[in-house]
Write a protein that binds this ligand. Structure first.
Ligand code: NAI
Length: 779
């Protein structure tokens, strides 16, 4: 282009970033890579090409890890872990800091290599991916430094298997590796097969930082290697990628007793109210859906515009789309780069081409040859249209209109996902009314796609579970100290007293604030230690579970009630239980054949006091993200939690599970102690007299093993907990894969319910989700 032509068109001239150093680094490595295991690069094995998607050129050849490679990586990580943990947080902080410094020093090389490998515009890799990765290591060097002082009693998990996608290759690595290392774990990480190069450069940085061998191990390959890691002898799996693979990993790890975090897909709403600053909202959309070609899990891919401004807003949007520059990702003035791989490009095209609904608008800017896809807007779709529901994972925005804020919330939440949401309004009341009602782990107000190491990120619903970033993200890489004790099955006593009874002593279920006969009409005899009949407990079935869940869903007012009110109700339960203490104690002693009934009742009353205390004190926080504004990490209830209660302490166990859940605003379906169910059936009389709204607490009795699968697979339940003495971890975790609900299972370990491990933050954490709401201060 001549200077005259540039003046005539007033267009940007090309400003390509030099690729020489990055290409030279690849040549230095021989253009062929092995894995990074135990501090050294292995010899390259059979593998596959890694291409530059913008040009189709082969950048390097990568090795497909074999089972032996994965085993060697896990063994190296295992061997290194003890020493790495014993180094202490302060010792580890030095290494994390050194890595951060080196990432900073080599940031240009990382940025260029990332853009070559992934196709994302250099402006993004240079200004977003690489700086955020550095920030993650700096920030987590700090957590390592503070671990012993601020997280007393927490221990590393051990060896972490980590599997990451191709959309933010180095950044996702940083999100996984930094917290794991900071907390004293070692890792085996697999980058995505399309984008492994910056992970291998990172391995080189680990060497330069003098990181002890075996602390970071990187194996390359496709999903088969991912599966090997999932099935390996690791102590945790952290995965970011598609919901489909996440679901498979949930099934594969079910019952293995290893923690799992899943950061999965999304179809995040981008809501524009009529009083929004429309030009800013259009600019925000560029960052929401055309950032990284829309290949972003939290992309604002579903535009919801208030009806009155929709024509004007769409006109502005189309005009802006036409100005987007698509082309050579290394060009500093390019807005939209290449799609990561022809396969992904074809996936996007197939989804769009299959749609016949609405109006499709493609950006006018010329499209280069190769693996590119034009910024696209599809408007006028019905809410049920596949394009409104399915993750496209490309530069394709779908759009719909709404009339009222309530309708906006309802449409925004009409999705199986719940990763992120964006709200644009100049009216603080509208924005802050809508933000908490959105089913999403992250909400941005008048901004979008803001991320920081200090601010937790993660989803609800089928967008996965667990948080990355912030203090909250560390929980996923630590566990409480101490050796767990094995679970002892607790069996009911047998007896043979004949029926019928002179007076029917059959207890009922408790559903929606009312006593309910079991659907099946069956009950079982409950005997004391000497085989004398004490009473009968109903046997709940799937229909009873459905009714109880429906009642719990209906009691949603509890979740929005003030914490002060919830505290008052829990204090009132405590008071009423204390008033009938001796009666409960006698019943417990009779059922269990023990003498600790009085102690158990006392502990249950104390526990209720504890959670009444906590109800309005388990605060969120404001994260120190580098922004003129606030990133609020709020604690929200999960929703409906179903719990199999402990068998050994029939009253205390039920209270220990119920109280933290309802204190945090959840509604619960409790399945009482299986062998000793009658304390629970008496307990609902206490609830009845304590102003607990109907449906907040529902109590069922019956076989834990029979009921667990229905609880685990119920689509309207957000979390399932199991403290049963029947080990149902595998069953529950496998069943939960369907809608990816949260699970908290005892994995064959027992808990001392009378002691400190029977209450506290662990329970409150499990009873809440963290929602991060970003509110910039404005101009
Ligand atoms: P994917 O979920 O298959 O791949 C992500 C990572 O998981 C890669 O490292 C892959 O090798 C690995 N993997 C694949 N199968 C595995 C298995 N069975 N066990 C363990 N690891 C396995 O994602 P893919 O196929 O690259 O993209 C498909 C779609 O997934 C995209 O179109 C997009 O909708 C979504 N996606 C979402 C991401 C997110 O950040 N939420 C990231 C990447 C993809």
């Amino acid at each position: 282009m001549t200077v005259k032509q540039i003046f005539d068109s007033m267009d940007y001239g090309p400003a390509p970033e030099a690729a020489g150093d990055a290409l030279a680094w690849l040549v230095d490595q021989g253009d062929r890579f092995g894995h990074f295991i135990d501090g050294v690069f292995t010899d390259p094995g059979d593998g596959f090409d890694s291409r530059n998607p913008a040009t189709g050129e082969v950048l390097a050849t990568l090795s497909q890890a074999t089972q032996a490679d994965v085993d060697a990586a896990v063994a190296a990580a295992r061997a290194a872990q003890g020493k790495w943990a014993r180094l202490g947080g302060r010792g580890r902080a030095r290494y994390l800091y050194a890595i951060a410094r080196l990432l900073q020093k080599h940031s240009r090389l990382f940025a260029v290599l990332e853009t070559l490998d992934n196709g994302k515009p250099i402006r993004e890799s240079r200004d977003i991916d690489i700086p955020l990765a550095q920030r993650h290591f700096y920030h987590h060097a700090g957590y390592a430094q503070l671990m012993e002082a601020e997280l007393p009693g927490r221990e590393p998990l051990g060896v972490c298997g980590q599997i990451i996608p191709w959309n933010f290759p180095l950044l996702m690595l940083a999100w996984k590796v930094a917290p794991a290392l900071a907390m004293g774990n070692t890792v085996v990480l697999k980058p995505a097969e399309w984008t492994s190069l910056t992970a291998l450069l990172f391995a080189d940085i680990c060497r330069q930082a003098g990181l002890p061998k075996g602390v970071v191990n990187i194996v390359t390959g496709d999903g088969a290697v991912g599966e090997m890691i999932v099935n390996a002898d690791v102590d945790k799996i952290a995965f970011t990628g598609s919901t489909e693979v996440g679901r498979r990993i949930r099934q594969a790890t079910a019952g293995r007793g290893i923690p799992l975090t899943l950061e999965l897909g999304g179809k995040s709403p981008y809501i524009v109210f009529e009083d929004a600053d429309l030009d800013s909202a259009v600019e925000g959309l560029v960052d929401a859906i055309w950032f990284n070609q829309g290949q972003v899990c939290c992309a604002g891919s579903r535009l919801l515009v208030q009806e009155g401004i929709a024509p004007r807003f769409h006109a502005k949007l189309r005009a802006r789309m036409d100005k987007l520059r698509i082309g050579d990702p290394l060009d500093k003035s390019v807005d939209v780069g290449a799609i990561v791989d022809p396969l992904q490009r074809n996936r996007i095209a197939a989804l769009v081409d299959a749609n016949a609904e609405g109006e499709t608008y493609r950006a006018a800017c010329p499209l280069p040859d190769g693996c590119f896809y034009p910024p696209t807007l599809i408007s006028g779709l019905s809410p049920a249209s596949p394009l409104m529901q399915e993750e496209i994972f490309g530069p394709v925005l779908v759009s719909s209109t709404f009339r009222t804020p309530d309708e906006a919330v309802q449409m925004a939440n009409n999705t199986r996902y719940g990763l992120a949401a964006t709200v644009w309004s100049e009216n603080i009341n509208t924005a802050l009314d809508v933000a908490p009602r959105l089913a999403a782990g992250v909400v941005w107000v008048n901004g979008t796609n803001l991320f920081d190491a200090a601010a937790p990120f993660g989803g609800v619903r089928e967008s996965g579970f667990g948080r990355e970033g912030g203090w909250e993200g560390l929980a996923a890489y630590t566990r409480p100290g101490g050796k767990p004790k094995a679970l002892k099955p607790v069996a009911a006593f047998d007896g043979d007293e004949a029926e019928p009874q002179p007076v029917d002593r059959t207890a009922k279920l408790y559903v929606g604030g009312k006593q309910a006969r079991p659907d099946g009409g069956y009950a079982r005899n409950v005997f004391d230690r000497r085989g004398r009949l004490i009473g009968q407990a109903p046997i709940a079935n799937r229909k009873d579970i459905r009714n109880a869940v429906e009642a719990a869903r209906g009691a949603s007012g509890w979740s929005s009630a003030t914490a002060h009110l919830r505290a008052q109700v829990i204090y009132y339960i405590a008071e009423n239980l204390a008033a009938r203490g001796s009666e409960f104690a006698a019943q417990i002693d009779r059922m269990t054949g023990g003498k600790s009934g009085a102690k158990e009742v006392d502990a249950a009353v104390a526990r209720l006091f504890t959670y009444a205390a906590w109800a309005d004190k388990f605060d969120g926080r404001v994260a120190q993200a580098p922004l003129r504004g606030v990133a609020m990490a709020l604690r929200e209830p999960c929703g409906v939690i179903c719990a199999l209660c402990p068998d050994d302490v029939p009253l205390l166990g039920l209270v220990s599970v119920m109280a933290p859940a309802i204190a945090m605003g959840n509604r619960v379906v409790l399945v009482a102690s299986e062998p000793f169910p009658l304390a629970a059936t008496d307990f609902y009389q206490v609830l009845d007299t304590s102003d607990v709204p109907g449906g907040v607490v529902n109590i069922l009795t019956g076989s834990h093993a029979d009921l667990a699968p229905t609880l685990a697979t119920h689509a309207d339940v957000e979390a399932v907990w199991s403290f049963s003495s029947t080990d149902l971890a595998a069953e529950i975790e496998r069943g939960a894969a369907g809608n990816l609900k949260r699970t908290w299972v005892n994995n064959g370990h027992s808990r001392d319910w009378l002691g400190a491990e029977g209450e506290g933050r662990e329970f409150l954490d499990a009873a809440t989700e963290v929602k991060t709401v970003w509110v910039p201060y404005g101009a």
